[in-house]
Design a protein around this ligand. Structure first.
Ligand SMILES: [Zn+2]
Length: 266
């Protein structure tokens, strides 16, 4: 899992919009580029879950994809996300490789023609989100090798989310380099597909980590910062929109109002 996406100084243009839940408030913005959506867990939420917002029902997931499809958006791919000739494409990403995604996402993805990528912590296949459980979060199963093969066989992609889901800026450079490079090799050896895309656990990165990802041979890396990726932006600092349930509270209503008063996103 990843914590609430940090708002970095350059992301203030997102503030009036918050999380992605449905297209109308995002449509104008999405049509300006190739947005990347972030999902974590799908399906019923177990009791005791602390970060409830990381779960989305299968019905809501399907509704979001159906709405995008109806508006003329098609499936995007991180391999050519920056190609301006490929506008109106949506890249669907999942972090952590949860079994509940395999269970609940395949049918809606197939029905709407979207393909997705799962970012896997390579040492944790067949285990669970132990890095969260250590902090009191409810356990959630991560796909094992057989299940990842089923995900690939359904036409979807995988990328690396390190070996063990550490904060990459808080460990030694040598360990960080190992987490980044060895996870690529392990996943390629296990599944026989190129691992071209990386995702920073917790959205935690700095320029040193970023350079390590590039040097390891990846083509892109996803952060948890929110926003569109524009021509000239680094492919190793990709922004994404975290998809959540719509929240109906006074803070959100105020943000909506403020967004409409202060004008459309740039
Ligand atoms: Zn994660």
């Amino acid at each position: 899992m990843d914590l609430e996406p940090p708002i970095r100084p350059g992301d203030t243009n997102l503030l009036p919009l918050g999380y992605y839940s449905s297209l109308p408030r995002f449509r104008e913005r999405f049509e300006q580029g190739n947005p990347i959506l972030t999902y974590h867990k799908l399906g019923p939420r177990p009791r005791r879950v602390r970060l409830k917002g990381l779960y989305l029902s299968a019905g809501m997931f399907r509704q979001q994809l159906t709405e995008l499809q109806a508006a003329g958006f098609t499936s995007g791919d991180l391999n050519d996300y920056a190609d301006p000739a490929r506008a109106r494409r949506i890249v669907v990403t999942f972090d952590d490789g949860y079994v509940n995604v395999l269970r609940h996402a395949l049918a809606p993805l197939a029905a709407t023609g979207f393909r997705a990528i799962q970012f896997l912590p390579a040492n944790r296949l067949g285990r669970c989100n132990e890095w969260d459980v250590a902090l009191g979060e409810a356990p959630e199963a991560i796909m094992d090798v057989r299940q990842v093969r089923a995900w690939l066989a359904a036409g979807h992609q995988i990328g690396s989310h390190t070996l063990d889901h550490p904060y990459l800026t808080r460990i030694s450079p040598a360990t960080a380099r190992e987490q980044i490079g060895a996870s690529k090799k392990k996943l390629e050896d296990l599944f026989g597909v190129p691992i071209n895309h990386f995702c920073y656990p917790y959205g935690d990165w700095n320029s040193t980590v970023c350079d390590m990802v590039a040097a390891a041979g990846y083509r892109t890396a996803c952060t948890t910062a929110a926003g569109l990726n524009l021509p000239g932006d680094s492919p190793f600092q990709l922004k994404r929109f975290t998809a959540r349930y719509p929240t109906r509270n006074w803070k959100r209503i105020w943000e909506d109002l403020r967004g409409s008063i202060l004008g459309r996103p740039a």
